[in-house]
Design a protein around this ligand. Structure first.
Ligand code: FAD
Length: 304
C-alpha cells in the first residue's frame, strides 16, 4: 500500500500516448496538469538500486511521462539507453539527447538506438562541453540544439522537445534572445519545451510571455526541483545560473540540515502549487532518482 493515496487514475499511466504534446493537450481539455518525472542514469550498482526503487514508487503516482538525462559528450550513452529501454515499456519516455562534440553519423546512430528502445520523444539539447574537453563544441559537427532538432525532424518521425530557461541561458544576452531561439526551434519542429530549474513563479510567467511575443507558442512545462537538501540545491542553482531568492538563501544557510529540508520543501511545494494555479501545462519534477521528495511536491501540488 502506498504512503501516498492516489487521486489520478493509475490505468492512465499504462495507457500510453504517442507524444508529450498529445498528453498535454488531452490533460488540458480536462483542465488537468500533467505530472512527469526526470531521472538520471545511475553511475554504479548502488545507484541503480536507488533509481529502480524510486522509479517503482513514482510509477504508483501514475505519471503521464518520464524523462532520462544523457551526458554531454555521450559519456553515459549505454546506461542512459538501458534506463530508457526499461522505462519505455511502462510509460511514455523522453530520451534527452545532447549533441555537443558529436558527429552527424554518430548522432544518427544514437537516435536509432533510442527508437529501438521504444522512445517516441527526444529532448533535443546541445549540452555543455565537458570539463575534460573544453573545445568539444568547436570539434563537433553539430553546433547547437537547433541542428539536432533539424536532424531529428528531417530523418525520423520522433516527437521533439527542447530546453527553455526562465532565468535566461548563461550564454545569452537576455530573455528576448532565448525566446527568439525557442521560436526557431518550434519552427524547425519542436512541439514542447521543458525548463531549467528556477525559484519563482514570476520567472516562469515572464518566460512564457516573452516566448509568446517571439512567436513561440509551444507548451512550456516547468521543471521543479524539490529542495530536500539546501546545500545541494544552492550548488546546482549556481551551476545552472538560476538565482536562489535572497530570503530563501538566508533561511537555508542559517538552518540546521533538518530545518533546511522543511524550509526548502515548503518552498518547493508552494512554487509547484502556484505554477499549477498560474496555468502551467504540468510539472516536470527533477527527482535526482529519489522518490520521497518528488512525491511530496507532486502531492502538495494536488497532482497525486
Ligand atoms: P542551445 O539551444 O544550442 O543554446 C545554447 C546557447 O546558444 C544559448 O545561449 C542560445 O540562446 C544560443 N543559441 C542557440 N541557437 C542559436 C541561434 N540559432 N542563434 C543565436 N543563438 C543561438 N544537459 C546535459 O548534458 N544532459 C541532459 O540530459 C540535459 N537535460 C536538460 C534538460 C532541461 C529541461 C534543460 C533546461 C537543460 C538540460 N541540459 C542537459 C542542459 C543543457 O544542455 C545546457 O543548458 C546547454 O547549455 C544548453 O542547451 P540548449 O539545448 O538550450 O542549447
Amino acid at each position: 500500500m502506498s504512503d501516498y493515496p492516489l487521486i489520478r487514475n493509475v490505468a492512465e499511466a499504462t495507457n500510453q500516448a504517442d507524444s508529450v504534446f498529445e498528453v498535454i493537450t488531452a490533460r488540458a481539455l480536462k483542465q488537468q496538469p500533467t505530472l512527469s518525472f526526470e531521472f538520471f542514469p545511475p553511475k554504479d550498482e548502488d545507484g541503480a538500486g536507488t533509481l529502480w526503487r524510486s522509479y517503482e514508487k513514482l510509477l504508483e503516482a501514475s505519471p503521464d511521462f518520464v524523462s532520462v538525462t544523457y551526458g554531454a559528450g555521450g559519456s553515459n550513452r549505454e546506461t542512459s539507453l538501458g534506463v530508457v529501454d526499461r522505462m519505455a515499456k511502462d510509460v511514455l519516455t523522453i530520451g534527452h539527447l545532447t549533441c555537443v562534440g558529436s558527429t552527424f553519423d554518430g548522432t544518427r546512430e544514437t537516435i536509432r538506438r533510442f527508437e529501438d528502445a521504444g522512445v517516441k520523444s527526444i529532448l533535443a539539447l546541445r549540452g555543455d562541453a565537458p570539463l575534460a574537453d573544453p573545445d568539444a563544441l568547436a570539434k563537433g559537427e553539430l553546433k547547437s540544439a537547433l541542428d539536432l532538432v533539424e536532424l531529428v525532424r528531417n530523418e525520423t518521425s520522433l516527437e521533439i522537445g527542447v530546453a527553455a530557461f526562465p532565468e535566461v541561458h548563461p550564454e545569452s544576452p537576455d530573455m528576448a534572445h532565448d525566446s527568439r531561439v525557442l521560436a526557431l526551434k518550434q519552427s524547425a519542429g519542436a512541439s514542447y519545451a521543458m525548463t531549467q530549474l528556477f525559484f519563482t513563479v514570476d520567472a516562469y510567467l515572464e518566460l512564457v510571455e516573452s516566448a509568446k511575443q517571439a512567436g513561440a507558442t509551444l507548451p512550456i512545462v516547468p521543471g521543479v526541483m524539490p529542495i530536500s537538501n539546501g546545500a545541494r540545491i544552492i550548488r546546482m542553482a549556481e551551476m545552472s545560473g538560476a538565482k536562489v531568492p535572497q530570503p530563501l538563501l538566508d533561511n537555508l544557510q542559517s538552518a540546521s540540515e533538518v530545518e533546511a529540508r522543511t524550509i526548502g520543501m515548503d518552498y518547493s511545494i508552494r512554487l509547484a502549487r502556484d505554477l499549477v494555479e498560474a496555468g502551467a501545462p504540468g510539472l516536470h519534477i527533477f527527482t535526482l532518482n529519489l522518490a520521497k521528495a518528488a512525491l511530496e511536491v507532486a502531492r502538495g501540488a494536488g497532482l497525486c
